[in-house]
Design a protein. Structure first.
Length: 174
């Protein structure tokens, strides 16, 4: 997930115009090859609003998730943009344990905040990777929206990039 320094993943109106940094950090590293990283993901899970936003962006940039299986959590009937999209309305434990774990080593929860919250609460998430954009947007959709409990984490890695973004990679402790 990508968030502003003050912890928001979208502005109040849902826009993400602030998402890309034009900052420069001399000591930072060049961003990793996104295509290589995406090859490590076996399946995506996202909420319906994240899906709708991705569909909107795909009109100009193509479907960002390629042919990788993608599960959209929704109670609404939504159109699939390709054959790799499946929709699910049910128990998340059942989804992960019965449908996704077999054959998938890397399940990437794309968002949004409610989906992330539910995966953490149900102990279905094992790691959190968050890239912080060097901007304060003041208000909007918080990344961690009322998790409802304290959750210890273990820092696995930190990467500072040339564009001023910082990636924090945490393991979720049991």
């Amino acid at each position: 997930m990508v968030a502003s320094l003050d912890g928001f993943i979208a502005k109040r109106d849902g826009s993400i115009s602030w998402l890309y940094s034009t900052d420069h950090y001399e000591k930072g590293v060049v961003e990793e090859n996104v295509e290589e990283f995406l090859k490590t993901i076996d399946c995506y899970v996202m909420g319906s609003r994240t899906y709708e936003h991705a569909v909107e962006l795909s009109r100009a940039h193509g479907w960002a998730y390629g042919n990788t299986p993608t599960v959209v959590l929704s109670r609404r009937k939504l159109p699939a943009v390709n054959d790799s999209i499946a929709f699910f309305d049910g128990d998340l434990n059942e989804l992960v344990e019965d449908r996704l774990r077999c054959g998938n080593r890397s399940i990437w929860v794309v968002g949004g905040a409610a989906v992330v919250r539910d995966f953490i609460r149900l102990k279905l998430a094992h790691e959190i990777r968050i890239s912080i954009v060097p901007i304060l947007i003041g208000e909007g959709t918080p990344f961690f929206d009322q998790i409802g409990r304290e959750q210890p984490l273990h820092l696995k890695d930190v990467t500072a990039y040339k564009n001023g973004m910082v990636e924090l990679w945490y393991e979720i402790k049991a």
